[in-house]
Design a protein around this ligand. Structure first.
Ligand code: SF4
Length: 430
């Protein structure tokens, strides 16, 4: 039998990119290719890019350079680039080694172009009949693309365009198929997921989508990310509070705790409003997992501004903060501004992380001796009856169990240890 050509997908950036990559993988399998173990074995390498941060962009160009060298030596792989970067610059200009560029559209949109390329590169390739969704215990569903918030530091509205919501009934069918194929947890994705449905007629909300999928019999958990703080309304939180499958985890990036900086970032809320919103979530979900993003060194951020961020962190005491040094992004409003010296940014970042590590450790240690529900994600690399999973509040859990577990199983875990980054435990009664 003729050997099937292989593909490898390299993903930079956010969960939405990972969702697009998994859809891309499904399409490539549908076109007759099979997945390769690594980029070095692949006949086709598809790179899903991200330009939200300079670091991800730098990593992409270095990965692209490696593929170029392989292609010059061996004539392969076919190189394709998708995601944000092709939306802001002509990637093929001066780079003939890039075979196709598809931008940040949904992979389905460029299916025809890709199919034509693959048929010309691999003539006579027979196409398998089934193109079913991937069988993973945790699956993603992009519900809304783009963003119209225009935060001053962000490139997303320029490269991803305005918000476009997917049809709720079409998504229900897609999610049902993912559940049928083995998914037990669905994460609903959007840059601003709570803006879902405002562009639809009739108007819909994220709550409508959650209601539509909540009864799928084999589905156990529903998550949603990212929630822009200005869009977290009590009506939504009260609405999901009665739905047992919706996990009590909110990812609500505050970015800064200083009102002047927040205003210059165009975030649309004050530090006090952010704190009130967190208090409101905790009224409905006293033990909710809350995570956030923060940026240090936004242009013009003084020491006093930064101290307000530390105060906010000390007040809201969230479970985890993903913190970043500001870097100017092309197209964004603040692209020409970067006046906080790098050494000062590093110092602020270290201070922020030290404060948050202490808070995270305290929260996680308070769970020792309690029982938590964990969904298994994978076997631990250390083997020996150890597994990784996540609590409903999204805490990474390293656990021991004497019986065999599979991804998607839910178990009750007695917590025995904690670090700032997760908890350890053992399956009760195993
Ligand atoms: S909400 Fe702001 S930071 Fe988030 S994607 Fe939209 S513009 Fe960017």
């Amino acid at each position: 039998m003729k050997k099937r050509p292989t593909f490898f997908i390299k993903t930079f950036g956010c969960q939405m990119n990972r969702d697009d990559s998994s859809e891309m993988g499904r399409l490539l399998r549908g076109l007759g290719l099979r997945p390769a173990e690594s980029d070095a074995d692949a006949d086709l390498v598809h790179i899903n890019t991200c330009c939200v941060r300079q670091k991800a962009e730098d990593k992409f160009f270095s990965f692209l350079g490696v593929q170029r060298i392989r292609k010059e030596k061996h004539g392969r792989p076919i190189i394709g680039v998708g995601g944000c970067i092709p939306e802001k610059e002509d990637l093929r200009a001066g780079r003939q080694f890039v075979d196709y560029v598809v931008g940040a559209k949904h992979p389905q949109v460029y299916m025809a172009e890709l199919a034509a390329l693959i048929q010309s590169e691999f003539p006579g390739l027979d196409v398998p009949e089934s193109m079913g969704p991937e069988a993973t215990a945790s699956a993603y569903q992009t519900v809304i693309r783009g963003c119209t918030n225009f935060c001053a530091y962000c490139v997303v509205p320029y490269v991803r365009g305005p918000e476009i919501s997917e049809d709720p009934f079409k998504m229900r069918d897609e999610i049902a198929a993912k559940v049928e194929a083995g998914a037990r947890e669905i994460t609903l994705l959007g840059q601003n997921v709570l803006a879902y449905g405002y562009d639809l007629k009739p108007r819909r909300t994220l709550l409508d989508v959650i209601e539509l999928i909540h009864d799928l019999p084999q589905l156990r958990r529903i998550r949603f990310v990212t929630s822009h703080p200005a869009w977290v309304k009590e009506e939504f939180v009260a609405g999901i509070a009665g739905m047992e499958k919706v996990c009590e985890h909110f990812h609500v990036p505050f970015q800064s705790g200083d009102d002047d900086v927040l205003e210059r970032m165009h975030r649309g809320y004050t530090a006090a409003e952010y704190m009130e919103m967190i208090d409101m979530i905790r009224e409905y979900y006293p033990g909710a997992g809350i995570t956030a993003d923060a940026i240090v060194g936004f242009p013009g951020e003084t020491r006093a501004n930064f101290d307000n961020t530390l105060k906010l962190i000390d007040r809201v005491r969230v479970d985890n903060i993903y913190s970043f040094k500001y870097s100017p992004r092309p197209l964004s409003e603040s692209r020409d501004h970067d006046d906080v010296p790098d050494a000062e940014k590093k110092k602020r970042l270290a201070e922020l992380n030290e404060l948050e590590d202490g808070i995270s450790r305290g929260i996680n240690e308070s769970l020792i001796g309690t029982d938590v529900e964990v969904m298994i994600e994978s076997r631990s690399n250390s083997g020996g009856g150890r597994y990784y999973g996540r609590t409903r509040t999204s805490k990474l859990t390293d656990l021991a169990c004497t019986r065999e577990l599979r991804a998607g199983d839910t178990v009750t875990v007695r917590v025995t240890g904690a670090t700032p980054h997760g908890i350890q435990g053992e399956v009760a009664g195993a």
